[in-house]
Design a protein around this ligand. Sequence first.
Ligand code: AMP
Ligand code: MG
Length: 352
Amino acid sequence: MNTKVLKVDQSHIDQNLIEQAADFIKNEELVAFPTETVYGLGANGLVPEAAAKIYAAKGRPSDNPLILHISDIEQLKPLVTDIPEAAKKAMKAFWPGPMTVILNKKAIVPDGTTGGLSTVAVRMPDHPVALALISASQCPIAAPSANTSGRPSPTKAEHVFEDMKGKIPCILDGGMVGIGIESTIIDFTGEHPMILRPGFITPEMFEEVIGEPVSIDPAVLDSNKLKGLAPKAPGMKYKHYAPKADLLLVSGDIDKVVGYINKKTEQAHDQALRVGIIGTDDTISSYHGDVILSIGTRDSDDTIAQNLYDVLRQFDHEDVDVIYSQVFDSGENGFAIMNRLTKAAGYDRIEV
Ligand code: AMP
Ligand code: MG
């Protein structure tokens, strides 16, 4: 299959290109498109045969449900049985934006989209290209991240091309995304709202808007996976976001972290191994590894979120045997960043 890449300027959207992409969606084909979080791999979310193509292209396990993307709040009512007051407040505050809500689904939403669950995940993305595509396609678009299952999510059209070339007919290239990590998922079907996946919107931001306590799925808080809890969002149980080389996280006082990583690098060199290192602008000159990449500035967690997946992917083009990384747990995005990085490392983390 030929994969067409259509470059769209988000400040002057060429409606012609959007219509071309929407024609693929209308014909039950796949289109990758930019959102403010990561690139999505979209199909008509109400047609099981179309959604099935997403699972095939990604190699995604069929029990991992998809998020339905809408461009207008009116599109929500036909999809869900009821909208609790707390969900209404959250949608008013955070849509369009990086928040996915879980609500009880109506029969119109096929099991092929929800992995057989009685609930459905819905989001209104805050990206002009995504909104234009959804509205031209005249249907909710089911879209998980546009990566091969298990690999880091795509934050540039080039990442999508790397994974999906020859497998999908169309990529809308809207440049680099803004946020860089997936939406916060919040479940409104229980007694109290519960965060199933951390993201740009934090528990504190929700509590301020909703006016009641918001809990976090205990499995997500279990950062060592010692308790072996099953996450409530099915996709959270898979190894994810991982680069090909083994990744080890090192936490502690920054001078000690640098010292430890440099010592490990020497030991690796004695065994003729090549070492990759993930540092920040202020630390990269202190390391002695073979490939040293900066993930951003230590005091700006927004830059770290934005570069996280790009850095993990860059190591796949380098011949390294092992990757060491500092941890990035400060700032408002710290929880979400460490949730992704910890999984990418397969929970390998040491404190120095
Ligand atoms: P992705 O779009 O690749 O970021 O993956 C979507 C995430 O949403 C996965 O972790 C899914 O397990 C989760 N998800 C989708 N629908 C539901 C649902 N109805 N209940 C709980 N989690 C869901
Ligand atoms: Mg994903």
